[in-house]
Write a protein that binds this ligand. Structure first.
Ligand code: CTP
Length: 393
């Protein structure tokens, strides 16, 4: 996708570098259009190196290629971060005073802006009226967040975090709306079972794949309930997370929300066993010998239980992360697992010391209840998420 990143002149322009980088790393081609004022805050060489393209600023350069309209016409998405109060006023007024203004006016692509300014400027009636105008025209406004501003002051006006801006912008473009009106429950992360107040037994699931599914479903119009077990990644503020830690807490959260969901996706890695008893204070070496024996008792199998009690109009999806590397044996393990669990679909992937967990990519096969392969996907966790949702549809 061709993404134009517009940068206007505010101190948050230094964070625009991360916005550009996130789009490039996600495989998009990025054209930066910066205002003169933006380049007082962030260097052109930095933006050119990160975007891997020349950076354009001047209206009267590249005239022969009709650059002032060509960039906008060929864009699939325009994101302006940061968007200053002055830029927002110009945009609301439809001005084409510089290359960025021309680019936006000459484009039919979705427009996403991330305001950044001091609280007083954000709350000023003029700015709020301009924002209302832009919202009415279908412009997506991301943030601003509440937090520390440039000086010692804090409040609303801080630019949203780059990853939140990118997630919100991508949600605008890849939202076919084909999941509109459906509620999807997604569990993500890995449960932890405490041994004492400071220690736990856990697993290495970061929650990336589950969160990617939740965000992809949200982008496609679904109402999403995300239950996060010890997520090790930041979740954009476009989605709220119900946080849990142990398998028992996850089981309780799932059973409280599953009935309302059309689809339950159990992407969380669930601890199968928990310590029989949790020590009330830190277990001390002196009270143990050279070995420490733990007695673990079985946890409920949430996926099995939710599959056994589901309504006929609900779909339940499990995940199977296996260390088996032989594809045929992996498939056989998956077939045995879906038969045991009783779910409608099982997403199988291979994990190991260096693969699967906390990485940005994934490689999966999707089985139906009778063990047939009904989908395969590899690529970013977001791409894999969308493929899983395609199969469910
Ligand atoms: N799961 C669950 N409750 C459990 C264990 C697992 O709901 N107590 C779910 C996971 O969320 C996942 C699927 O079951 O969707 C498969 O998890 P996995 O750990 O691969 O399966 P297990 O039944 O634990 O089998 P194994 O012996 O391979 O660990």
């Amino acid at each position: 996708m061709r993404v134009v990143v517009g940068i206007t002149g505010g101190i948050a322009a230094y964070k625009a570098v991360s916005v550009v980088r996130a789009f490039v790393l996600a495989g998009h081609s990025v054209q930066v259009v910066a205002t003169d004022a933006a380049l007082r805050f962030v260097g052109k060489p930095t933006l050119e190196a990160i975007s891997r393209n020349p950076v354009y600023t001047e209206l009267y350069e590249g005239v022969a290629e009709v650059r002032h309209v060509a960039i906008g016409q060929s864009a699939d998405l325009i994101v302006v971060a940061p968007a200053t109060a002055n830029f927002i006023a110009q945009l609301a007024g439809g001005f084409a005073a510089d290359l960025l203004g021309n680019t936006i006016l000459a484009s039919r692509a979705p427009l996403v802006i991330a305001p950044a300014m001091h609280t007083e400027m954000w709350q000023n009636a003029a700015t709020q009226a301009n924002i209302a105008t832009l919202t009415g025209r279908g412009v997506t406004i991301v943030g601003p967040a509440v937090g520390q501003l440039t000086g010692s002051d804090a409040g609303p006006g801080r630019m949203s975090e780059p990853e939140d801006i990118v997630a919100a912008a991508l949600a605008v473009v890849d939202s076919p709306g084909d999941l509109a009106g459906r509620r999807i429950l997604v569990t993500a992360g890995g449960t932890r079972e405490p041994l004492d107040p400071v220690r736990f037994i856990g697993n290495r699931s970061s929650g990336k794949q589950g969160v990617a599914i939740a965000l992809a479903a949200l982008a496609r119009g679904a109402a999403v309930t995300l239950i996060g077990a010890n997520l090790e990644i930041d979740v954009p503020d476009t989605i709220s997370v119900q946080n849990v830690s142990t398998t028992a807490e996850l089981a309780a959260a799932v059973s409280a929300t599953a009935a309302d969901a059309a689809v339950v996706i159990m992407a969380a890695a669930v601890a199968d066993y928990r310590p029989e008893s949790v020590a009330p204070s830190k277990i001390k070496k002196e009270s143990q010998g050279d070995t420490l024996n733990l007695t673990l008792v079985k946890n409920p199998d949430i996926l099995h239980d939710v599959s056994a009690t589901k309504r006929a109009d609900q779909l339940v999806v499990g995940f199977a992360a296996e260390t088996e590397t032989d594809p045929d044996t992996l498939l056989a393990l998956g077939r045995a697992k879906i038969a045991r669990k009783g779910c409608d679909f099982l997403v199988i992937n291979s994990v190991g010391w260096t693969t699967g967990f906390a990485t940005d990519g994934n490689d999966v096969r999707i089985l139906n209840a009778t063990g047939d392969i009904v989908g395969e996907a590899s690529g970013s966790k977001r791409d894999v998420a969308n493929r899983i949702l395609d199969v469910l549809l």
